[in-house]
Design a protein around this ligand. Structure first.
Ligand code: LIP
Length: 316
């Protein structure tokens, strides 16, 4: 029921309130003498895990086990530790304790805990909290998405997403006006990186056939490409209307579960980046994501042409 979903969102905010101070403490202590203990795993030299990722996940997981009987849990560090975590129809908390771990290690302040809830394998509640910038993003399926501070009531004191400054951004009918975000990710084999580089080239390079102004506005290159280092917060930039498009192949369900709810509740779309037809469960577990901001066209929806254009530019 709606009341139940609201109580799950409140519980998600409670988890963010517990985790926030621990993440902040780690972030600010990272140059202290104990910093040598910061990295706990470096099998893949760019897929970083710190003692704070593990500490936060342990804390959140035991709080869920204690207070949400019968619910399941999927967490980045739990899976990394070798536990089987299949997605079932049970209410399932899908958590990345620190999304943007490389940012955390380097002191780039885009780090967040991402807490999603699925019911019947469908993302229904999302809570994303960046404790460094004190930004709390929340969403419930069918009830809108909000940006607030951690100690505020999202509905009474928060701002509904997408933000408008004070006017909504214009419709996004092609990529030629878009600010696009993507990532190289943590798999750096050339056969993974090369197609991403080609997609970025397609998005940014100016083709001689695009020199005529008429054609340039139809299919031209994007205004710019950004890489924030966190799937969750990149998608929150899309939800706010600050970025037009986010796409990435490679993130996991804990990076995007909460963000899928929030982007959609902010009027945007999240679909398979390779244009496959998917159920929500296949999308969530599929590791290929394309999010496009709301654009308030005549129908009030994100234009299907913009989504199609993005998919065509990106697919290799
Ligand atoms: C990271 C993502 C990032 C992606 C990395 C990684 P982590 O999550 O948010 O966008 O490019 O591959 O998955 O490891 O910082 O939790």
């Amino acid at each position: 029921t709606d009341a139940q979903l609201i109580s799950y969102l409140e519980f998600g905010i409670h988890l963010a309130q517990l985790a926030g101070p621990v993440i902040s403490e780690g972030f600010h202590k990272r140059f202290s003498p104990e910093r040598s203990a910061l990295l706990v795993k470096q099998g893949n030299t760019v897929d970083l895990v710190t003692e704070w990722d593990q500490k936060v996940e342990k804390m959140v997981r035991s709080e869920i086990a204690g207070k949400m009987k019968g619910h399941a849990f999927i967490g980045e560090e739990t899976v990394a530790g070798g536990e089987e975590c299949d997605l079932t129809d049970l209410p399932t908390w899908i958590v990345d304790p620190i999304d943007g771990t490389a940012n955390f290690v380097h002191g780039f302040p885009f780090v967040a805990i991402s807490i999603g809830l699925t019911i019947n394998q469908e993302p229904v509640v999302g809570v994303i909290y960046n404790p460094i910038l004190n930004q709390l993003f929340t969403g419930i399926k069918g009830h809108g998405a909000y940006l607030s501070k951690i100690d505020e009531d999202p509905w009474k004191q928060g701002r509904r997403l997408p933000l408008s400054y004070p006017h909504a951004p214009p419709p996004l009918t092609s990529l030629s006006m878009a600010l696009v975000s993507s990532e190289y990710g943590s798999y750096r084999q050339t056969d993974v990186i090369d197609p991403k580089v080609r997609s970025m080239r397609n998005l940014s390079a100016r083709d001689p056939s695009e020199l005529s102004p008429r054609r340039a506005t139809a299919v031209g290159h994007a205004h710019g490409i950004r890489a924030l280092g966190t799937a969750a917060l990149s998608m929150m930039a899309v939800a706010q209307g600050q970025l037009d498009v986010y796409w990435e192949v490679g993130p996991w369900e804990w990076d995007v579960c909460a963000a899928i709810v929030i982007v959609r509740e902010a009027g945007g779309v999240v679909v398979d980046a390779c244009a496959r037809e998917t159920t929500d469960s296949q999308l969530l577990m599929g590791r290929r994501y394309l999010a496009v901001r709301a654009c308030c066209n005549e129908e009030g929806d994100t234009s299907p042409e913009a989504v199609k254009a993005a998919q065509e530019k990106i697919i290799q």
